[in-house]
Design a protein around this ligand. Sequence first.
Ligand code: SF4
Ligand code: SF4
Length: 182
Amino acid sequence: MRPVAWRFVQDWNCIACGQCCKEYTVVLRFNEWLNIVRHYGVETTVPGLNKIYLRKRSDGSCIFLRRIGNLAICGLQHMKPQACKLWPFKIYTKPRYGQEKQALYEYRTRKFFVYVDPACRGIRWGTPTRHFMSKVVPEFIQIAFGTAQKQKYSTANINQLLMQQLVKPKVVPVKVLKVRVS
Ligand code: SF4
Ligand code: SF4
């Protein structure tokens, strides 16, 4: 899908649906590959023609994807590849997909062009909220350009999602009794 400029996004929150960990193949940088291989073995990665990827299971999901109830959790949190950290955002120093005005984001006197992949289920469309503009987008820029590693606003809030899952009322199927009317 063609990426859309950030100005059309009201807010973004990863809902840990795991869709991206199933539908996409993660390309690793050399140092990421080295780190993963050291900790988990070379069999967790797959060599390509001139790229190295994270291995997938037979159902298409990333080998590091874990499920807790309805939530899809990354089992590689402490060494998550940059491609995963940045998804679904795409950040450039020049406009790439048109919508130049709407994609422009000025951060610390520099100009960036920020787009989002509309396939992500965590996107809410509309006028950007203050939180999205001042916290989410800048953190993605920092991660893209290596000035930040830790994710606070650019990742799922797992604790909150787990709590929501715990307090969600369980729907008990109602047994329908046949009533004989005479
Ligand atoms: S980034 Fe988007 S697609 Fe991926 S798990 Fe989060 S909400 Fe789902
Ligand atoms: S490393 Fe984590 S975030 Fe990346 S695809 Fe695998 S499970 Fe998903």
